[in-house]
Structures are given as C-alpha cells and as structure tokens.
Design a binder for this molecule. Sequence first.
Ligand code: G3I
Ligand code: 9MR
Length: 548
Amino acid sequence: VGVQFITAQNYNQYGFVSSSEKYVFFGKDLAGKPFVLQSEDGQEVISGKLTAASEWPYSGTSVCCADVSKWTREGHYQLLVDGLKQPTPVLIQNDKYTKLGSALVKSFYMARVSVPIEKQYAGVYARPAGHPDDKVIVHKSAADALRPEGSTIVSPGGWYDAGDYGKYIVNSGISTFSLLHLCELFPEYTQTIQLNIPESGNGASDVLNEAVINLKWMLTMQDPNDGGVYHKLTTKRFCGMVMPHKDPLQRYVVMKTTAATLDFAATMAKASRVLKNNEQTYTGLAETCRNAAQKAWEWCLANPQVYYVQPKDISTGEYRDDSIDDEWFWAATELYLTTGEATYKKHINIGQQKFTVPQWGRVNTLGLYSLLSCSEGKELAKEVGKAIVKLANKYLANYKASAYRVSIVKFPWGSNSELANEGMLLMHAYLISNKTEYLQVADAAVGYLLGANPLNRSFVTGYGKQPPMRVHDRRCSADGIDAPIPGLLAGGPSKQAQHDCGKDAYPSALPALSYLDEECSFSTNEVAINWNAAASFLVLGLDAIYQS
Ligand code: G3I
Ligand code: 9MR
C-alpha cells in the first residue's frame, strides 16, 4: 500500500497565538524557495526563505518550513510560496486558546453518566440519561463477607471512559487530576472559564465543577467497610455501537486493586486541597475527600501488592499495571501535601524514582507537579525542579532535532495524549525556569494536534479544517448526527492494533502515518477522558500563561 503523504502545507489549523513560534511545513521540493506573508489587503508583512528539508523518520517524509514567528499581529494572512499556486491561509488568533481549551473540557460534560444531557447545554447532542448504576452487581472477584457475590452497590455518575461505557478508576485518577491541577496551578484563570454546564455560576470554576462530577462517582467506588477501591465498573463485554440508554448489559464492580486504590488516594488528596478553597460551594467535600484518601492509603498498606487480573468472564478494558512504585510515590506525595503528616513524607523517595512523561500507568511525575504547585512542597523544590527539568530536556532535544519541530518520537496507543502530556511536562519546566523554549515545545504540541503533522489533519473534533469525523465512540456513532461531539481528541497514529479495521486497512506501516479516520479504528481513532484531560491542561494551561 502506497504512503499517502500530502505535499500540501501542514500547520496549526486552529490558528497561531501571537507569541508562539509559527511554522508552516511544506514538502521537500520547495526547500529554499522564497515566501511572503501578506495581510488581507495584499500588503506584504514579512518575507523569507523556506528552510532546507529534513526527514522525519516516523512518517518517512522530508519537509521544510516557512518560519513566520516574528510576525505577531493578530489577523488573517496569506502565505505565498514561490512555485506553489495555492496560498496558505494563516490565522493569528485574537482569542488565544480559550475557545479550543474550553471545548476540550466541555466534552466531559457530554460524557456524564446517569444524567440526561440537556439541550440548553448540549444543543443537538442532547440525549437521555444513560446507565443509572443504582444496582451494580458485586462481581465474584470483588466479593467478601460484607458484600457477597451478587449483592449490589449504588455507583451512579461520573464520566464514560472513552468510546465505551465503562468507568475505570485507574484512568479516572489521572484524568480528574489533570483538571484539578489546572485549578490548583491557575486558580484565578480557571475561574474565568465558562462552560455552560448545569453548575455554571455556582461560585466555583467550571473546570472544578466538571472534575467534581467524576470525583463524586469515584467516592462511591470505595468500599466503606475497608477503604479498598474497585478497579472498574463495567459490563462483562463491550456493548454494540448504541446510545448509552440503549445499552442492555448488566454492570458489575470488579476486584479491588492496589493500583486503583493508590490512584484514588492521590486524586482524593489532591481534590481535598483544591476544594478547601471552595467550601462555600462544596461544603464538607474537602474533608470527605481527605478522609477517603487516608482510608484508601490504609487499605494499601494492608494490601500492598494486589494487581489487577482480568477475570475470565470479563473482556472490557484492563488498565492493568504491575509496577506500582510510581503509584505509591504519587499517593504519598499528595497525602503529605494535604495533611502535612510525616507518615506519608517518608515515602517521598524522589532519588529512587525513575520519572517519566505521565500516562495512566505511569504517575510519579504527577506528584512532582503537585510538589511544585504547593507551598508545602517548598522544602523539596530544588530536587523537584531538577527532576522535572532533567526529564523535560529530553523532549526539548527531541523537538530541536525534529523536522516537524515536535517532541513526539513514540506512537503508542493514544499517541496524541503522549504528546499532550509531553507538552504538559514542558510547561512545568517553563514555570520552574522561565525559559521560553520550553513553552515553545508545549505550543508546538498544540500545533501538531491541530494540523502541523504529516497527515495534515486536526485531531480534535469540530476544530481545524480537516478534523476527525468518524471517531470510535458509541455516542457519536449512534446519535444519527454526522458531525461528532465537538472537543474530543482522537487517540492518534499508532501501530499497536493495526488489525482493528481488517487486514491492510492502514495506509502505511510507518507509525506517524498509521491512522484511520474510521469508526472501526479503536486503536487510533477512539476518544478517552485521559487523552482529553491532558489536552485540556495543555491548551488551557498555555492560555493561562499567555494571558498572565
Ligand atoms: O506496558 C507495556 C510495555 O512494557 C511495552 O514496552 C509496550 C510495548 O508495546 O506495551 C506496554 O503495554 C501497552 C499498554 O497500553 C500500556 O501502555 C499495551 O501494549 C497497549 O496495548 C495498551 O494500550 C491500552 C489499550 O487500552 C489496550 O489495553 C491503552 O494504553 C489504553 O489507553 C486503552 O484504554 C482503553 C480501555 O482499555 C477501554 N476504554 C477505552 C480506552 C481507550 O482506548
Ligand atoms: O469499543 C472498544 C474500545 O473502547 C476498546 O478500546 C477496544 C480495545 O479494547 O475495544 C473496542 O471494542 C471492540 C472489541 O475489542 C473487539 N470487537 C469490536 C469492538 C468494537 O469495535
């Protein structure tokens, strides 16, 4: 199968921010050609030459670029390149990233479970309530004397995980954290974000209001008898491509695990700190979260190595993780920052951790982010700063060496979220060092996600010239509306499950080109809360910094 490289220009289709680096990429045949940037009335504003071409091994394509970074004035422009008939429209945005970031967070409202999604908030995407989750069966793997197999628990609310209708604690942890962290790091800015959700105007920020939806569900997943937390709430198998209220399958809570309970503890402890500043709106919730976190921690001390094992009769998402030193670190850190108690502090072993770009199963760096943003973490600031900058420098180097000026070099399942998390890391390096080059790498991640990539497409539904139209999402497939729910980030190119659309369906064996905008492509075109949460942080975090 031939590689379809679109020689047309690849660039941020949403629009550049005035202060960001602005690159427009072209095929190698245009290397060195002169270009001019013109305003709408035909006036030349800057001119220059395209760079020499260089190859991006992940797409096997060679590109050069026009660098129009030095032009910062907002407006609509045209980029004309010698030898190219079509001009490239270039937009420098007035509204920075507020609209895009808000849409990314608004998608969490659209994914709410157990409540109707109402017209006044969701327009054409309004739908009846799905999954009441008021009689969830305790699966054999989760049964004990007080909650025997077949008994039921009440666990409504929260968000659907992804294109499926499961609710998974491990993935909820990092997703909820990312929204909470935005609130903790940028409290004044997040107050200005308006999502038009039922809670809007209640005094708390809408980003927090949305996070609280999932937090409240997470609380119901803790067994009050012992503090342990169920790994997931799920059907035995994935249902068909039907609307939420049409899913006929029985739901279960499955197995308590140490990973889920630690992620729960970390998220609850983090939430407790943020909610403390919102007592008026959420009276008592901060304390509830803190107590739940401590109880979860106690369960983990008594059950330190209970790893998830998928029961034979269950085939939905696993979120299995057998190396949980990073979960211990994260939970201990958040609990220490919330309580100030020495018993947690002694588990904060920065020197013994191998820090990585966060993902659902790699969470220790989330603890570093929290240490950085709390005054209680000050005494560790130097060590924390060093660890973050060391890791960030790897991605800065990737960016500098990249033909597409982007830090991504790996394309696992959800590669787009890998990149969003890299951007989130680089933003923290910027906050520590004040070096703008870190910020540029983060901004370039937005550029790639919105079109500066060899596929020449945006990966966010509803945004950019060529956005995903056929995401793997049951709601989007079954609602009878052509355009998918807006503000969803597609997982992105990956070779991890190229069988999902049948043999030879993918256009290329190269990782960055291994993407299909097809419903069958759950390995590249599904949506998921952890991916949207990382993108939300990236886009709104940059917006907060640009506006400060
Ligand atoms: O941990 C190994 C690592 O040791 C190895 O080097 C690497 C090489 O491929 O693989 C790693 O495991 C990968 C794992 O994610 C952890 O990163 C698996 O190959 C990979 O298949 C797995 O993908 C996960 C996928 O579910 C399949 O289980 C994605 O991260 C995860 O985001 C995705 O999550 C699904 C839920 O299960 C169900 N709901 C939808 C959601 C999104 O697709
Ligand atoms: O829809 C499911 C998606 O949420 C998961 O990420 C994916 C991998 O576990 O599986 C999808 O479900 C498919 C199943 O694995 C195989 N049969 C087809 C299902 C829907 O396309």
